[in-house]
Design a binder for this molecule. Structure first.
Ligand code: 5MM
Length: 341
């Protein structure tokens, strides 16, 4: 199969009605934080057990079309020796890989950050492909304050994301581009909208300059909300209107799907906000999810590292995926949160 056909096939597998992507690509420091909260030490074996549990969830592929894995997970196996990417494929879930090497300060630009990982990326992708990865993800972060993100941070980060995306596509790997405008701070929803608009404009200009094929690219943005410390939360209809308004101004119709991150929203908020967007008039792209915390939090709470809790954790994950599947179709109702739905 040539590279273009490969990209097209992966896109068709990832973008399916009623389904979204599960982000299980927490780096070591991040998964350590998640495990700390449930009293589990983050050893390689515990991470293997937990991520096997996720992928062994019966019928997870009903609502999950792709899973983003961390490099370590790509090489891990279940208790019976099945490689985790192979297990994903058996569930009808496309395995993908986080390829950025995490963020750090942007030199001489106080308060801004930049993501690294371009060196050797083409070679790493070849190895990941052999291990089963068909798509990749790279995350940039933007801090909202009176002085950030600076113009420099917006442009430099857009350039990095575009170069990553081009390298992926050259090798037949579908890139997910993730420009995360962080929720930290007490900014208004309007401030978040203004920053997001600039970030997305710069990103799509850079993708164009680097010859990235939008038909074979997925966008993973944050929703437009007030900052976490802003005194009032925005209701789902307001988040939906603000988010879709900015996306319509900045994201070309050629892009097949927008898969949101949850970014610190509760599982219920993330589902309700996605649902509200899918209740608006039809959009040029699919509106879906690529949640990490908003899908996994209830499963982690149910598991707590106890072998006897595995089934309960899987049931919690399946339920959250099912509710987001409903939100994908605009059919979620908050009453569905109580058992049975
Ligand atoms: C923003 O984080 C991404 C989506 O997760 P949430 O829905 O929880 O916001 C997530 O894929 C993230 O990029 C990975 O967990 C890797 O993050 P780190 O910080 O470990 O590189």
């Amino acid at each position: 199969m040539n590279t273009q056909d490969q990209l097209q096939e992966t896109i068709e597998l990832l973008v399916q009605k009623g389904k979204g992507i599960l982000a299980a690509d927490e780096s070591d420091p991040t998964i350590a934080k998640r495990f700390d909260a449930i009293g589990v030490t983050s050893t390689e074996e515990h991470r293997r057990i937990y991520r096997s549990l996720i992928l062994e969830t019966p019928r997870l592929g009903d609502f999950i079309s792709g899973i983003i894995l961390f490099e370590e997970t790509l090489g891990q196996r279940t208790g019976d020796g099945t490689a985790l990417p192979e297990l994903a494929t058996r569930q009808g879930i496309v395995p993908g890989i986080k390829v950025d090497k995490s963020k750090g300060p942007l030199a001489l630009s106080p308060g801004d950050e930049i993501t690294q990982g371009l060196d050797g990326l083409a070679q790493r992708l070849e190895a990941y492909q052999i291990q089963g990865a068909r798509f990749a993800k790279w995350r940039n972060v933007y801090h909202i304050s009176d002085t950030t993100p600076s113009r420099l941070a917006i442009d430099a980060n857009a350039e990095m994301l575009a170069r990553y995306a081009a390298i992926c596509q050259a090798q037949g790997i579908v890139p997910i581009v993730e420009p995360e405008v962080l929720m930290d701070g007490d900014h208004t929803i309007e401030h978040c909208a203004a920053v997001s608009e600039q970030v997305l404009h710069a990103l799509f200009h850079a993708l164009h300059r680097h010859h990235v094929i939008l038909e074979h690219t997925l966008l993973k943005p944050s929703m437009i909300t007030p900052g976490k410390s802003y005194p009032q939360k925005a209701v789902p209809t307001v988040v939906a209107e603000q988010t879709v308004r900015i996306l319509r101004r900045t994201v070309p119709a050629a892009l097949p799907s927008i898969n949101f991150l949850s970014g610190g929203q509760t599982p219920e908020e993330a589902t309700a906000n996605l649902n509200a967007m899918n209740c608006l008039a039809p959009q040029p792209w699919e509106l879906s999810f690529s949640y990490g915390r908003a899908l996994q939090q209830p499963a982690l709470q149910a598991w707590r590292g106890e072998p006897g809790n595995v089934m309960a954790a899987q049931a919690a994950l399946y339920r959250r995926a099912e509710l987001n599947g409903a939100a994908r179709r605009g059919e979620y109702r908050p009453e569905m949160e109580s058992a049975g739905g």
